[in-house]
Design a protein around this ligand. Structure first.
Ligand code: SF4
Ligand code: SF4
Length: 142
């Protein structure tokens, strides 16, 4: 996943938009290995360990799908990491789902909603599958 060089929110179109995607729902870290590399220097945590550590990072677990996936907190205004100058995460630490979003100028041609394109490999379903595989490996291997 060569996403580090992508910085959707820093593109002119996204700057003009002001992060409509972020004002909806936060993106997630699709790949567990990428997530643990960013926040825990590559150390793999169990679900209980992660549950304890996430609040200190301002993150939560999304569990409605039945598979826990770490994500930024969601506020009424959208993602809790959206600041006045855009995303408060350094580009390399942003959720891969956010970085993968391909801006579409048609988003700005309508009053609300996001028509930007989410590649299938970075969909919520793809994230669910990778995290499900990660958790199913069992605590003994992590
Ligand atoms: S909604 Fe689309 S155009 Fe707006 S910031 Fe997000 S990716 Fe960029
Ligand atoms: S993490 Fe950053 S890029 Fe992703 S939704 Fe939140 S503010 Fe937007």
């Amino acid at each position: 996943m060569m996403l580090e060089k992508r910085a959707s929110l820093d593109l002119p179109l996204c700057q003009e938009c002001g992060g409509r995607c972020c004002k909806g729902s936060p993106g997630v870290w699709v790949d567990p290995e990428h997530f643990f590399a960013i926040f825990f220097s590559g150390q793999y945590l169990t679900l209980e360990q992660l549950r304890e550590r996430l609040p200190g990072l301002g993150l939560v677990l999304w569990e409605k799908s039945g598979v826990p996936i770490p994500a930024p907190r969601s506020l009424a205004s959208g993602c809790s990491f959206l600041g006045v100058d855009g995303c408060r995460f350094p580009v390399a630490e942003r959720p891969s789902q956010c970085l993968a979003l391909i801006p579409n100028k048609e988003t700005l041609e309508q009053e609300q909603g996001c028509l930007c394109f989410e590649p299938e490999a970075f969909s919520r379903a793809a994230a669910k599958k990778l995290w499900e595989d990660y958790w199913s490996r069992g605590d003994s291997e992590q």
